[in-house]
Design a protein around this ligand. Sequence first.
Ligand code: NAD
Length: 212
Amino acid sequence: MKIGIVGYKGRMGKEIKDLFEEKNHEFVWGYDKDGEYFQEPPQIIIDFSLPEVFEKTEDYVKKFKVPLIIGTTGLRDEQIEALKALAKDVPVVQSYNFSIGIQLFLKMVDFLKDKIDGWDIEIVETHHRFKKDKPSGTAKMIKESLDKDVPISSLRLGNVAGDHVLYMANLGEVLSISHRALSRRAFAEGVLKSAEFVTNKKNGYFTFTDVI
Ligand code: NAD
């Protein structure tokens, strides 16, 4: 497929471009801080940038009338609503984490959440020093799955791709679930799966949970 990437010069943008090209897909369009790269119209747009770029992405998706895969974190509620409106015309896959491991993590949380009433519960997330938002979108997803207002601690250290730990403790024991992304490749693989998933869809709002 012919892909377009918003944020194509960024860490995730480059990883996604490399993976898709390895799989014989073609990078034909991009948008970044210094403007547009145009070779030909894309058949799909992938956005890994910043929330302030969202309205540009929205305009380009409408212009090219193509599916959107969006992994940008820190989106505002009204931007999520705008994505749902966009999904009436094109397929949209939105997730704050495109790794398989975090999907399994969320399933474990769903299994545990009714069994840990009265326990101390805390989330700790660690990311590289360049990450702009805090707490991470994934930590927010874990908190949402718990249906509880639990504290989140955020560490910004070196070049860590993404660590999440959920601690649960009573007076006699500590239980934890942890996930470590060893590189950004794990997220790019999920984006590729999502791109393949939307090829036969006309429209609709999906999360990565729907994809796997
Ligand atoms: P990055 O800073 O390396 O890349 C962001 C890109 O956006 C850069 O190329 C930057 O130049 C571009 N950009 C910034 N402002 C812009 C503007 N005004 N107009 C156009 N382009 C602009 O960041 P990253 O590590 O690649 O992460 C990008 C996003 O993806 C972040 O929101 C991050 O949290 C998110 N992320 C999501 C997942 C996931 O699985 N959903 C995984 C990793 C990262």
